[in-house]
Ligand binder design. Structure first.
Ligand SMILES: C[S@@+](CC[C@H](N)C(=O)[O-])C[C@H]1O[C@@H](n2cnc3c(N)ncnc32)[C@H](O)[C@@H]1O
Length: 270
């Protein structure tokens, strides 16, 4: 199956992206942390943001609700339809060839293309396009998946022994053709992500632990209690608050970025 067909099939038939960030505690942590971290960089509304690979528009809706001007692009028809139905200005298209003018946005946000484009040259094209459409002095923020995410996730879920081959390949190569998620998913090391952003021309690159070490608690809860009542010790205090506090505390310690399954890298356009 071609990469494009695999992407379309995954997001149309196998996976409901519209509910991902609201239906699990891991998703709710990711959502809260995207909002935390983007808020640090965004100029005040009505600044403009390009949401590249914006999916059904969860982040775009939040930005729009805060008064930002948002344009979303995504290759999956279902996602564009969902975003439009949510009142977002959205078009079908690809991060590697954006339909916008030079310097049209104050910021660009790519949460998708870095892990869905398996070839480094294609990721560079996507980054160069994001830089092109962003004003001088603006920022480009990208989400990537840490190479250690599968090791951490499958250990916490106690499925490492059955997934060991795939986990080992991802740790070693950054992808696995046997990946049960999606064969073409790309996983970054922190150093690789930094070098891809600086290599594309971004300055002052900072890499944040998006879900952070607090994400471990959420992965563990989702893996073992999905659909089940939580024991008292996992109800009070709210484990989402604990996870958020953990990841916020970890933000001051760059060495703890390595403990995060999702990474958010930000660089400036100059
Ligand atoms: C996991 S979803 C994330 C959606 C949204 N950005 C979020 O963070 O909630 C990844 C998205 O990246 C999109 N995507 C994959 N390849 C892309 C490409 N080459 N250009 C633009 N978007 C792409 C997918 O269609 C999908 O909507």
């Amino acid at each position: 199956m071609t990469m494009r067909a695999e992407l379309e099939k995954h997001y149309t038939e196998r996976h409901d992206e519209a509910t991902r960030l609201g239906s699990t505690i891991k998703g709710r942590l990711e959502l809260a942390r995207v909002q935390d971290l983007l808020s640090r960089y965004l100029p005040p509304p009505p600044a403009t943001v390009a949401d590249i690979g914006g999916g059904p528009g969860t982040h775009a809706s939040w930005l729009k609700g805060r008064g930002y001007g948002v344009e979303l692009i995504d290759p999956v028809e279902r996602h564009v339809d969902q975003a439009v139905a949510a009142g977002i200005s959205a078009v079908q298209g690809d991060a590697r060839r954006l339909p916008w003018d030079n310097g049209e946005f104050d910021a660009a946000f790519l949460a998708g293309p870095m892990y869905h484009l398996p070839d480094a040259a294609e990721r560079r094209l996507a980054l160069r396009e994001a830089i092109r459409v962003t004003k001088l002095g603006g920022f480009v923020a990208v989400v990537a998946i840490n190479r250690s995410a599968n090791l951490i996730g499958s250990t916490l879920a106690n499925t490492l022994l059955e997934r060991q081959g795939v986990v080992t390949e991802i740790l070693r190569d950054g992808f696995s053709p046997r990946n049960d998620r999606m064969a073409h998913t790309t996983y970054h090391t922190v150093a690789q992500l930094r070098s891809e952003l600086t290599g594309a021309g971004l300055r002052a690159v900072t890499i944040h632990g998006l879900t952070g070490p607090g994400g471990w608690l959420t992965v563990m809860i989702d893996a073992h209690y999905r659909g089940l009542p939580l024991p008292d010790s996992l109800q009070e205090p709210d484990p989402l608050r604990t996870a958020l506090e953990c990841s916020r505390l970890a933000d001051s310690y760059p060495e703890l970025v390595q403990a995060s399954s999702l990474l958010l890298a930000v660089g400036q356009v100059d």
